[in-house]
Design a protein around this ligand. Structure first.
Ligand code: PNS
Length: 166
């Protein structure tokens, strides 16, 4: 069984992330969408909420056969250690534009140095989602803007009304 881990902050998950995980599920038998718990990073949505939002978004988005092969979990520590624990030999990451490439290349090489048995595989985010970023979504939601064209309905439900109180 080919298992891949798709790590990230997903604060919140966007249509771009959803597109990447669905592309990955077309290639791998199981994709574990892994939400990093990083106490040093200020987040908008608590981990448990992010996990619930992602699960709902995946279930609402696509065919049940694909959704059933996408697992959602949180993790802390190194991504490669989490991969080892789950028997995953692949890390999935999305590329939106050339600007993503440099940091992703650095991360992929570092992860390979840490764990040569784990390879990073990149999927190009669909063009219509390539402008999206979680940080911009957070800023828009913070100021009460409409993010419904940027994030799945499950995330819109949690973000609407969150403005200014954060
Ligand atoms: O969604 P993000 O914030 O771009 O995801 C970054 C993430 C979580 C993939 C990266 O920070 C990560 O893997 N963190 C876990 C700690 C780790 O393994 N660090 C070494 C990676 S080079």
């Amino acid at each position: 069984m080919k298992i891949a881990v798709y790590p990230g902050s997903f604060d919140p998950i966007t249509f771009g992330h959803l597109d990447v995980v669905e592309r990955a599920a077309a290639v791998f038998d199981r994709v574990i969408l892994a939400v990093l718990v990083n106490p040093q990073k200020a987040v908008m949505l608590p981990t448990e909420v992010r996990l619930t939002v992602i699960r709902e978004a995946v279930d609402e988005a696509g065919p049940a056969e694909i959704a059933s092969r996408i697992h959602v979990e949180s993790f802390d520590g190194l991504t490669v250690d989490f991969c080892r624990r789950r028997g995953a030999h692949f890390i999935v990451r999305g590329l939106r534009a050339i600007s993503d490439f440099e940091s992703e290349l650095q991360m992929a090489h570092t992860n390979r140095k840490l764990e040569p048995e784990v390879d990073t595989v990149f999927f190009m985010t669909a063009l219509e989602h390539s402008y999206l970023s979680s940080s911009l979504v957070k800023e828009i939601a913070l100021f009460g803007g409409d993010v419904s064209q940027m994030v799945p309905p499950a995330a819109t439900r949690r973000l609407s009304g969150s403005g200014r109180s954060l």
